[in-house]
Structures are given as C-alpha cells and as structure tokens.
Design a protein around this ligand. Structure first.
Ligand code: HEC
Ligand code: HEC
Length: 159
C-alpha cells in the first residue's frame, strides 16, 4: 500500500510540479501568452497537456472550440514554443477532443471525479474550463483544496 502510494506520487511528479495544487505561470512565459491566451479564459497551465496536444491546439487557432483565436505567425510560434517547453510528458495528461481539451485528460477527470455532475452544469460554472468558478485563486496559479468553493454547495468540507 505504501509502495503503491509512492509510485503514484512519483508518476505525477514526472509530469507536474511537485505539488499539483500549485501551477504558477512559468517564469519564462512570453508576455504574449497572458495577453493572447488569457483574454477569453484563464491562461491555462502548460503542464496540464502534452506537447503533441499543445501543437494541435496551436495549429488550429482559427477553429478554436467554436471561436477564432488566430494569431500572427511570429506570436503563434512564440507561444507554441513556450507551451511545448513546459508541457506534460505523461499520457495521462493527453487530452481527448479536436482540438484536445485539458479538461478531458485522464488526470483531470480523475482529480475531479468527486465533483457532483450537476455542478458542472450550474450556470455559474457552465464549463469545466471555467477553473476560477471553483478554484478561487486560479488566476494566481493556486489550486489548493481549501481555496475551492463549489457553486451552490458552499465551501468544500474537509474530509
Ligand atoms: C477569442 C477568445 C479566445 C482566445 C483569444 C483563446 N481562447 Fe482558448 N478557448 C476559447 C473558448 C470559447 C474555449 C472553449 C471553452 C469551453 O468549451 O469551455 C476555449 C478553450 C481552450 C482550451 C480547452 C479548454 C478545455 O476545455 O480543456 C484550451 C487548451 C485553450 N482554449 C487554449 C488557448 C490558448 C493556448 C490560447 C492562446 C493561443 C487561447 N486558448 C486563446 C476562446 C479563446
Ligand atoms: C466545478 C468546480 C471545478 C472546476 C470548474 C474546476 N475544478 Fe479543479 N478541482 C475541483 C475539485 C472539487 C477538486 C478536488 C479537490 C480534492 O478533492 O482534493 C479539484 C482539483 C483540482 C486540482 C488538484 C489540486 C490538488 O490538490 O492536487 C487541480 C490542479 C485542478 N483542480 C485544476 C483545475 C483547472 C486547471 C481547472 C480548469 C481547467 C479546474 N480545476 C476546474 C473543482 C473544480
């Protein structure tokens, strides 16, 4: 049992920072990342998706989940380079969808398995990609359990 736990933790550490509840913006993020990828939603943590997935996202910015997020080629390449540098390396962080979604990786679904179905559909959440609806300090890259507030359910009970 102890061994299983250690192996599980080591596996996560390979693809994510030591603490999965802290995903700050990497220091070498080009200003364009926040400016261009943080306007419509959170500038998502690069470590939550693999490099091939980020390339797929960045290759189809004109067809971006129903939106158009096209960029000039210089900026597009700068952001793609940054995302790929900090991308996850484990297949558990590989996302389903076209373009792939970080909210549909094995890792994300497992971390969020205890969220009751109805909450995802709550008008205040609307979509799993709306991280800040529950993670009150998501903008600061902090996803700690005690900072989670589930809309409609109030502060999360510690268990
Ligand atoms: C014009 C608005 C807009 C811009 C700019 C934009 N996005 Fe998005 N993005 C969206 C929308 C809309 C969705 C779909 C949200 C949903 O379905 O919950 C989305 C979804 C995503 C997802 C999938 C989230 C999930 O559900 O897992 C990723 C990854 C993503 N965007 C990355 C980026 C990156 C990287 C950039 C910068 C190059 C960017 N976005 C710029 C509008 C935008
Ligand atoms: C509907 C509310 C909700 C939304 C939306 C949501 N989460 Fe979560 N998240 C949770 C809950 C609840 C947990 C599990 C906390 C626990 O049981 O430890 C969690 C866990 C996590 C963890 C693990 C924290 C740890 O302690 O290791 C991370 C990282 C995370 N979420 C990131 C995200 C990101 C990034 C997004 C947006 C793409 C997102 N979440 C969207 C509710 C949400």
């Amino acid at each position: 049992m102890k061994n299983t736990l250690l192996i599980a933790c080591a596996g996560l550490a390979l693809s994510l920072p030591a603490r999965a509840d802290s995903l700050p913006l990497p220091a070498d993020a080009p200003p364009s990342f926040k400016a261009e990828c943080g306007g419509c939603h959170l500038p998502f943590p690069p470590a939550l998706l693999t490099a091939p997935d980020w390339k797929r996202v960045m290759a189809r910015l004109d067809r971006h989940y129903g939106d158009n997020a096209s960029l000039d080629e210089t900026t597009r390449r700068e952001i793609e380079g940054f995302l790929v540098r900090h991308a996850a390396t484990r297949s558990r962080l590989s996302g389903a969808g076209d373009p792939p979604r970080l909210t549909r990786t094995e890792w994300f679904l497992r971390e969020h398995r205890k969220v009751p179905d109805g909450i995802w559909r709550d008008a205040r959440v609307k979509s799993a990609s709306n991280c800040a609806a529950c993670h009150t300090r998501a903008e600061a890259g902090s996803f700690r359990e005690r900072e989670i507030v589930l809309p409609g359910a109030g502060k999360r009970e510690r268990d």
